[in-house]
Design a protein around this ligand. Structure first.
Ligand code: PGA
Length: 249
């Protein structure tokens, strides 16, 4: 099973959703691929209504509490209520531009899981960290926070935790990480997740994934899927990537 998750970031509106919905088949054409789309929060309800059921709608961020005095935050319970199936936590843009740290990312992931949403924790190093030879340490630190939080990852709610390895330098740059770099980091994350959580969590790759490089990414056994930003704004782009994920299953 592979996950192909589109992330519209702060883009799109109802017109794009309509165009998207009209470009998708009524039934899922790939039994071995789960397609998801993370749209901006004000579009979540419309996305659940307009997209076919087999497309999982998700949020780009989520709070750890279900309700309370947290102005501007997004309740995981409410996400469930409007029909969301997953939420992203710790995206590098949240970390770099909005001051979210490892602890917040982990709490957000936990909030999603406790509410029965699939949670996707993003990890990844900056260019400077890679050049300094610290990429593996940075990712270890980001994952250790999750281990320290002691969150049970196999909750009875059926919630599922996924890790997305997204090197910051590859996001939105048009320069995806090389397959050997992805494979090495996926292996590192696999070892860490076995050590920290007693299980190998599925690991996606994100950062300039497109129809042009999807095949070489999915050729990696370690790639449980892809988190796709700009290429997901075009329904054909996302369909191409999902078809590759299925072809090279
Ligand atoms: P990109 O974004 O595909 O545009 O590089 C990926 C992401 O931020 O999840």
């Amino acid at each position: 099973m592979r996950h192909v998750i589109g992330n519209w970031k702060m883009n799109g509106g109802e017109a794009l959703l309509r165009e998207f919905a009209s470009g998708l088949p009524g039934e899922c054409p790939w039994p071995d691929v789960r397609l998801g789309l993370a749209v901006p929060a004000p579009l979540l309800g419309a996305a659940v209504r307009m997209l076919p059921d087999w497309v999982r709608v998700g949020a780009q961020n989520v709070h750890w509490e279900e309700a309370g005095a947290f102005t501007g935050e997004i309740s995981p319970a409410l996400l469930r209520e409007v029909g969301c199936r997953f939420a992203i936590a710790g995206h590098s843009e949240r970390r770099a531009l909005f001051g979210e740290d490892d602890a917040a990312a982990v709490r957000r992931l936990s909030g999603a899981l406790r509410s029965g949403l699939t949670g996707i924790l993003c990890v990844g190093e900056s260019r400077r960290e890679r050049e300094a030879g610290r990429a593996e340490d940075v990712v270890e630190r980001q994952l250790r926070g999750l281990a320290d939080a002691g969150e049970p990852l196999d909750l009875e709610t059926g919630a599922e935790a996924l890790i997305a390895y997204e090197p910051v330098w590859a996001i939105g740059s048009g320069e995806a990480a090389r397959p050997d770099q992805i494979a090495a980091m996926h292996e590192h994350i696999g070892r860490l997740s076995l050590r920290f959580f007693g299980t190998v969590l599925p690991v996606l790759y994100g950062g300039s994934v497109s129809g042009d490089n999807a095949a070489e990414i999915f050729a990696l056994n370690s790639a449980a899927g892809a988190l796709v930003g700009s290429a997901s704004l075009d329904v054909r782009g996302l369909i191409n990537i999902a078809s590759e994920a299925s072809r090279i299953a």
